[in-house]
Design a protein around this ligand. Structure first.
Ligand SMILES: Cc1cc2nc3c(=O)[nH]c(=O)nc-3n(C[C@H](O)[C@H](O)[C@H](O)COP(=O)(O)OP(=O)(O)OC[C@H]3O[C@@H](n4cnc5c(N)ncnc54)[C@H](O)[C@@H]3O)c2cc1C
Ligand code: FES
Ligand code: FES
Length: 509
């Protein structure tokens, strides 16, 4: 089989590599083929952030930037994109970063490579310089990853004119772990870098190079750009490994050493990257990233903000997709309890046509679902809250994630409650639960116990034993079965207390 080269833009040049097998990771290619040792391998599973790089692709008239974990990202997925590592962001044209913070934009990248002698030594990017100024460069192993998350923040926040708050810095660095001296100097650097003279990627040069790269990558790694092409390929190659952001599949490669003869990547399919809104529903394409999907959900229901930030760290949310989370179907996945509580419907597509399936009916067993071999998950439809409609009632939606750490951790239990109240009574009840059964599941007995009850504490007290008895959770490294049962009941009462204006524990954490 003819091997077309894997091509991407790095350091102002088009990198071209042949013979890269479909299961090789971006980290392997950067370190082993390009000798880019600034990219470190810590955990190899998306947890520590040492391998963070920034990707960019055309967006509007310019580029859109994302910090992602290169250790679990398949190398071919960056064909036709631009890639930056901590080795690539020093200004390389002899300019020094001096001058006022605004209005002194200096080109970075897209220029011809310049030798160290020509530039008289390395010129640090503001995010690197801020790390030096704030003493944020600590053990050295994690620092390149922190720098790249800072670089992503610089592109997305600082150059967009935002002032980086402490909370912004914590959110954007949530995927980078430090176990030595701590985060304070790094958070200081995140806030300091905007005060340094500005440096800007030469986007016109990068875009011109990206246009030179032919769209189709290697024959054993397909990246269709239209839904019809994806469905045709899926029908022709039902055995191909379907991938999206690779934040689950990447671990099958790094931890289980799986190989793939053929990969079908959904992330370039234009239709699957769309977010559409009607007054009644939000339709989220399966390849919309978790970051973007949760931003849309939070826009409708602001109380979901903190929950959204507790899904992994930003690099995983920027790569992983909502469709991947749902299709993967982990019983401890976070989106599904929420989507069950909101009454989401899935659109499954194949060359035979589309069918709509309530998420309630999608899972058939542990990591099993209704998808036929020629089908893909195309869209997730989420009903939007109906405001000021007396026949529907008022929606009270909350979701709780119980995990050992606040940030970047997997749920032991996840519970989403969506009750509607009309004329003082619970007129509708949908409760989604994770971590309590082989699949994400609705708590139907508890819903029945609450339905029609007065909107009062007594209803939640009497439903508590029902919820605690409804499932047979297992004991594992995340929690014991007894803990899971106990916490479920407490969450029901916590939901009631918080709806009555008690302080939210999340806000106190
Ligand atoms: C460090 C780390 C932290 C994490 N934290 C969380 C967390 O807090 N909460 C949580 O829920 N998950 C978490 N995850 C898991 C993961 O991020 C999610 O499950 C993610 O949403 C998967 O999406 P993806 O696009 O990366 O899917 P991929 O890994 O590409 O694919 C996952 C599965 O879905 C299938 N698939 C993907 N797209 C489609 C489609 N359109 N149609 C049919 N099948 C498809 C693939 O074939 C594969 O079987 C974490 C992962 C990591 C590495
Ligand atoms: S090496 Fe730890 S996140 Fe990639
Ligand atoms: S910077 Fe590496 S452990 Fe702190």
């Amino acid at each position: 089989m003819e091997k077309k080269p894997l091509q991407f833009v790095r350091r102002g040049e088009i990198v071209s590599l042949t013979g890269v097998s479909p299961a090789r990771t971006l980290l392997e290619v950067l370190r082993e083929d390009l000798q880019c040792t600034a990219v470190k391998e810590g955990c190899g599973e998306g947890d520590c952030g040492a391998c963070t790089v920034v990707l960019a692709e055309p967006e509007g008239a310019g580029l859109g930037y994302k910090a992602i974990n290169s250790c679990i990202r398949l190398a071919h997925s960056v064909h036709g994109l631009a890639v930056w590592t901590a080795q690539d962001i020093g200004a390389r044209d002899g300019f020094v970063t001096a001058g006022p913070p605004q209005g002194d934009e200096r080109p970075l990248g897209g220029q011809r490579p310049v030798s160290a002698a020509e530039r008289g030594g390395t010129v640090l990017h503001p995010c690197q310089q801020a790390m030096v100024n704030c003493h944020g460069s600590q053990c050295g192993f994690c620092t390149p990853g922190f720098v790249m998350s800072l670089f992503g923040m610089y592109q997305n926040r600082v150059l967009a004119g935002q002032t980086v708050s402490r909370e912004d810095a914590q959110t954007d660095l949530s995927g980078n772990l430090c176990r030595c001296t701590g985060y304070r100097p790094i958070l200081d650097a995140a806030q300091e870098m905007g005060a340094l003279p500005r440096v800007q990627v030469d986007e016109a040069a990068v875009l011109a190079q990206l246009r030179q790269i032919p769209p189709a990558p290697a024959a054993d790694y397909s990246t269709p750009t239209r839904l019809a092409d994806l469905l045709r390929l899926r029908a022709e190659q039902p055995q191909a490994q379907l991938v999206a952001g690779c934040t689950d599949v990447g671990l099958w490669v790094t931890k289980q050493h799986r190989q793939f003869a053929q990969v079908l990547d959904v992330t370039r399919v234009a239709e699957l990257r769309e977010l559409r809104q009607t007054p009644g529903a939000l339709t989220i394409g399966a390849a919309v990233t978790l970051h973007e999907a949760y931003a849309a959900l939070v826009a409708d229901r602001p109380q979901l903000q903190r929950f959204a930030e507790r899904f992994a760290g930003l690099p995983v949310r920027s790569s992983g997709t909502l469709g991947g989370n749902v299709a993967n179907g982990s019983p401890i996945g976070d989106s599904m309890p929420l989507l069950l509580a909101m009454g989401a419907t899935l659109v499954l597509a194949s060359v035979r046509g589309e069918r709509r399936v309530p998420l309630d009916d999608f899972y058939t067993g542990y990591r099993k679902n209704l998808l036929a071999p020629d089908e893909v998950l195309a869209y997730i439809e989420v009903p939007r809250p109906v405001a000021g409609e007396p026949s529907v009632g008022v929606e009270y939606l909350r979701v709780y994630k119980i995990s050992k750490r606040q940030d970047d951790d997997i749920s032991a239990v996840c519970l989403a409650l969506n009750l509607q109240v009309r004329e003082g009574r619970i007129s509708s009840a949908r409760i989604g639960a994770g971590g309590v059964a082989a699949t994400p599941v609705r708590a139907r007995k508890t819903e029945a116990a609450l339905l029609g009850q007065p909107w009062a504490r007594a209803a939640f007290e009497s439903a508590t034993p029902v919820l605690q008895a409804e499932f047979e959770p297992i004991s594992d490294m995340r929690a014991s079965a007894a803990y899971r049962r106990s916490v479920l009941g407490r969450l029901l009462l916590r939901y009631w207390a918080e709806e009555q204006g008690e302080p939210q524990l999340e806000a106190l954490a």
